[in-house]
Design a protein. Structure first.
Ligand code: ZN
Ligand code: ZN
Length: 329
C-alpha cells in the first residue's frame, strides 16, 4: 500500500494509466477534478480554506484527530467507512493532496498494516525496576523486527517499558487500557502519562478494556477503599489483551518480565496464554530461571541460543496442554 499526491499525476486518467483500478481517492470532494468525497476523507484540517467543520492548529493535530475519528468509526462499525476499508489491499494506492508531507492516508496505511500482523502480548511485573528497561526494549526491537505487532496493558513497570519502546519504534500497537479517555477508571499503578503519549500520537487504545465501572469519578482507589470493580476489570483487561493476540493468527504469543518468581498477575497471564495455545516466553529479572513457576504440565527451556532470547525461558507444554502455534526463532 502506498500514499500518493494527486498533483503528481494531474488527472484521474493519469492515475488509472499508472495504477489501473488500484488507486482510491481518500480526500474531500473536488469539483475541478470531479472527485467525489471519500468516506475516508479527513474531517479535520489546518488549512483555513478547506471546507471542514473543524479547523486545527496544525497538520499534525488534524492527522491525530483523524486517527481518533477512524478508530471510533471502526469500533462503531460505521458502514460507509468499514466498507471502504474492506476494499483496501496490499496493492492499494491511496490518493490525497499531501504527500510527501504527512497525510491522513498514513493513518489508513497504518490501520491496514495493523490488521495484517500477528500480535505478541508483552507484560509483566508492575514493580519491575528501571534496570530492566533496556531488556524490555531489546525484546520489543526483536519482536518488531520479526514483523509482529505488540499488545500491552497500561500498568507501570513492564507494560509501560514495552509501550514506550513500541511507540519509539513505531511498531504496530494495540493498547488495552483499564480506564477511559476522560481519565476515569485508572489507579495508582496505571502508567497514565505513557497512555497520554500514545493518545497524543494517535495510537489505537481500547478504553475501559476490562469493562465499565459504576463510580461517578473513579480513581481506582482512594483513602484505602478500592473501586468495587477494579480487580475484576484488571483481570478482564488482561484476558481481552491476550485473546486479541491469540485471535491475530500465527506468530502470536505472550512474553512476560517477572520481577520475582511469584508475580501473580503475570503468572496468571502466562497460564491463560498456554490455555489459549500461545507460545509463552518469560524473562526472570533478577532471579535464576530455575525458580520460574510451572504453568501446568510441561517444562521450561532456554528460549534461544543467541541475542536477547538467551536470557528468556520458553514453556513447552506436554502434548495435550495447549498446542504449539509457531516459533519465535
Ligand atoms: Zn492527505
Ligand atoms: Zn470505579
Amino acid at each position: 500500500m502506498q500514499v500518493v499526491n494527486f498533483h503528481h499525476y494531474g488527472s484521474t486518467e493519469a492515475l488509472t494509466a499508472a495504477f489501473g483500478e488500484r488507486w482510491r481517492y481518500i480526500g474531500r470532494p473536488n469539483k475541478r477534478f470531479a472527485l467525489p468525497a471519500s468516506p475516508l476523507a479527513n474531517r479535520y484540517s489546518h488549512n483555513p480554506l478547506a471546507h471542514v467543520q473543524e479547523g486545527c492548529a496544525s497538520r499534525e493535530e488534524a492527522i491525530t484527530r483523524y486517527a481518533r475519528w477512524l478508530q471510533e468509526q471502526v469500533l462503531a462499525g460505521e458502514t460507509a467507512v468499514c466498507d471502504e476499508l474492506s476494499r483496501l489491499s496490499d496493492q492499494s494506492v491511496l490518493v490525497c493532496w499531501c504527500a510527501p508531507q504527512a497525510c491522513h492516508g498514513h493513518i489508513i496505511q497504518r490501520w491496514y498494516q495493523e490488521q495484517q500482523v500477528a500480535y505478541v502480548n508483552l507484560g509483566g511485573s508492575r514493580d519491575l525496576s528501571r534496570r530492566w528497561q533496556s531488556l524490555v526494549q531489546r525484546v520489543v526491537s526483536a519482536v518488531h523486527a520479526q514483523g509482529r505487532g505488540i499488545t500491552v496493558g497500561c500498568a507501570r513497570g513492564a507494560d509501560a517499558f514495552a509501550l514506550e519502546a513500541a511507540l519509539e519504534r513505531a511498531a504496530c500497537l494495540r493498547i488495552f487500557a483499564i480506564g477511559g479517555r476522560d481519565g476515569r477508571g485508572f489507579w495508582r499503578q496505571s502508567a497514565v502519562d505513557t497512555i497520554g503519549q500514545a493518545e497524543a500520537a494517535g495510537r489505537w487504545i481500547h478504553w475501559w478494556a476490562g469493562g465499565p465501572c459504576p463510580c461517578p469519578s473513579c480513581q481506582g482507589e482512594a483513602n484505602g477503599s478500592r473501586c468495587p470493580t477494579l480487580i475484576q476489570r484488571l483481570s478482564a483487561r488482561s484476558q481481552l489483551c491476550l485473546q486479541f493476540a491469540a485471535g491475530s493468527g500465527g506468530g502470536a504469543g505472550f512474553i512476560g518480565f517477572l520481577a520475582r518468581p511469584d508475580s501473580p498477575g503475570t503468572v496468571a497471564c502466562a497460564r491463560l496464554a498456554v490455555h489459549l495455545g500461545l507460545p509463552v516466553i518469560l524473562f526472570p529479572c533478577g532471579f535464576n530461571g530455575q525458580a520460574l513457576p510451572t504453568l501446568g504440565n510441561g517444562r521450561w527451556t532456554v528460549a534461544g541460543r543467541e541475542g536477547v532470547w538467551a536470557a528468556g525461558y520458553r514453556w513447552t507444554p506436554t502434548a495435550g496442554e495447549g498446542s504449539e502455534r509457531g516459533n519465535y526463532l
